[in-house]
Design a protein around this ligand. Sequence first.
Ligand SMILES: Nc1nc2c(ncn2[C@@H]2O[C@H](COP(=O)(O)OP(=O)(O)OP(=O)(O)O)[C@@H](O)[C@H]2O)c(=O)[nH]1
Ligand SMILES: [Mg+2]
Length: 621
Amino acid sequence: MNPAPLVALVGNPNAGKSALFNALTGARQKVGNYPGVTVERHSGRMALPDGRPVELVDLPGAYSLDPSSPDEQVTRDVVTGTQTGERLPDAIVVVVDAANLDNHLRFTLQLVALGLPVVVALNMIDLAERDGLTLDPNVLAQELGVPVLPTVAVRRRGLDALKEALATVLQQGPAHPIRPSDHPVAEDIVTLQRRARALSEKATVSETAVRRWTHRLDAVALHPVFGTLLLLAILFVMFQAVFAWSQAPIDWIQGGMDALGGAVSAALPPGFIRSLLVDGLIAGVGAVVVFLPQILILFAFILTLEASGYMVRAAFLMDRLMASVGLSGRAFIPLLSSFACAVPGIMATRTIDDEKDRLTTILIAPLMTCSARLPVYSIMIGAFIPARDVLPGVGLQGLVLFSLYVAGIIGAFFAALILRKTVTKGASSGFLMEMPKYQWPHPKDLLLGLWQRALIFLKRAGTIIASTTIVLWLLLSFPKPPIGSTVSPVDYSIAGRIGHGIEKVVAPIGFNRDISLALLPAMSAREVAVAAIGTVYAIDNPDQPAGERNLIQNLRTHWTLPTALAFLMWFVFAPQCISTIAITRRETNGWKWPAFMVGYLFALAYIAAGATYWIAVAIGL
Ligand SMILES: Nc1nc2c(ncn2[C@@H]2O[C@H](COP(=O)(O)OP(=O)(O)OP(=O)(O)O)[C@@H](O)[C@H]2O)c(=O)[nH]1
Ligand SMILES: [Mg+2]
C-alpha cells in the first residue's frame, strides 16, 4: 500500500504554521529529529474530507529559500526534496500572515515556483480585519495560480475549505514532474519584493489610512537594518540633546542656588548653623538639583517614544538580539524601564513567565544606566571632556555620554550570555507582542508625565539626598582639627578616617580621597556621590565665597583625567543603590540572588574602573 501523502506546512516565522498544524492534527502528533541537525521534526496525521489520511509536517519558519540558519536549511531541503530522512512532499500548505502580506508573499512566490501542488492559507485574517484591512483571496488565487483560503488557525476557522482544496490539488498532482533538487530559476530579491508588493496591492480591497501608514512606518521601523539604524539614531539624538538643550536652564538653577547660598551666608553669623545650611544642605542638594533639566529632557524622549507607539517596535526589533544572548524579547520592556530606574524595571519582570529568563533579567537590570547616574556622568563629563564638536553637530560630550550608556548595555549582554550558560541555565522562550497603533503623543499627558518625574526627583533631593548630605556633613565636620593644625578638616573628621580605610581598597584602581568619601553615602542614591563631593569641597575650603565654589573647577584642579574616567566606569557597573538590592530581595524571595548580584557587579565595576585607569595612565592621558 502507498504511504499516506506527505503535506508540509511552510511559511515565514510567526505566520501561524504551528497553530494551524495543531488545529489540523489535534492530538495525533509525533516529535522526532532531523538526522544530523538539532532541528525537531513535528509530524501528525489528519484526514481529508473523503476520509483519506495525510501525513502533515510542520516546518520551521523561513524568510526565503536561501537559508541563513539550520532551521531555514531544513525547510529549504524538505521542499526541494534534498533533506535526508524526509521524502519530497506531495503538496505544501503555504501559511501567510494576512496582515503582513507583501513580506510573506515574497517567500510564497518562491515556493509556488517550485512546482509542487500548493494551497495558500491566508491566516490571521481576523487580525487584518480588526486593523481595517480587507483582502480578496480570489484575486490572490488568480494571480498566484493556486487556491487561497482565508483561515484563523487559533479559532479553527476555514479549516474545512482548506482540507477540501488540499484534496483537490493532491488529486491533480504536480504541474510537471518534480525531481529532487529541481531548482526554479532564482529570481533576485528585489524583483521578488516588487512582485510581492504589486500582488498584495492588487489583492487589497480596502485599507484604512491608519493601517496604510502604520504599515509603511513599520516597514522601516521593523526592518532589521534600517530599523536598527533608526533606533540607534534616535538614541544618539537623545543623548546629544541631554547636553545641548540643558545648558541655559542649568545656569539659571546654578545661579539661583549660588544666590541662595550667598544670601544665607550674609544673613547668618559664621558658625555651626551657617555651615550646616550653606556647606551641607545648599552645597549638597544644590549640586544634585541642577541636573533636573537633563533628567527632564531624557524623560521627555522616553515618554514621547512610549506614547507614540514606537517603544514596542523597538522591543520587537531587539527580540532577535535578545534571543542571541539567551534572553526573552519580553525582557526588553523591563530593561528599558531600568533606564529610568532599576526598581520599576525589576518589578516589570513579572511579565516574564520563565523563571530563569526572569532571574537573568533581574540580575542584569542594574547595568542599564538609570537616571540617577546622569548627575554623576554629567558632572564628570562637564569637568573633563571638552565641549567641542567631533563632527559638525556631534558634540564630544554627548558622544561620551552615549558610550557610557552603550558600555552598560554591552556589559549587560555579556553578563546575560555568561549567566545563561552558568547560574541561570535553561531553555529560553519565544516572544510575541501586539503592535499598538502609531499616534501623536498628547502634549498634556507628556507634560503631566514630566511633572511627575520632576516631583519624584525633587522629592528624592529633598529627602534621601538632603538627609544623607546632612549626615555626611556632620561626619565630615567633626571632630574639628586643633587650631593651628595643618591637617585638612576633612581628613581629620570621622568621615575622613572612614574614607581613608576605603581608600586602601580602591587606591589600586586610581580612586582618590574624594571618591572614597563619596562611595559609602552614594549607596543611598547614586546622585549623592555628586552631593558628597560638593560638600567635601565646601568644608575643605571654608574661605571660598559660595559663588566661586564651582564644583567643576574644584574637580579640574584636584582630579586627574584617568581618575575621572575610572570613576565614570565604576558608575557604569557598580550596584550603588540600596533600593535596587531591596527590590531584588523582594522579587527573588531571599538574600541569595541580591548577594550574588551585588558581588558580581562590584567585581565587574572594580575590574572595569581599574582597567580604565591603568590604560589611561599608560597612554598618557
Ligand atoms: N489572532 C490570530 N492569531 C494567530 C492565528 N494563527 C496563529 N496565531 C498566533 O500567532 C502566533 C504565532 O503562531 P505560530 O503558530 O507559533 O507561528 P509559526 O508560524 O509556527 O511560527 P514559527 O514556528 O516561529 O515559524 C501564536 O501566538 C498564535 O497563537 C490567527 O489566525 N489569528
Ligand atoms: Mg512553529
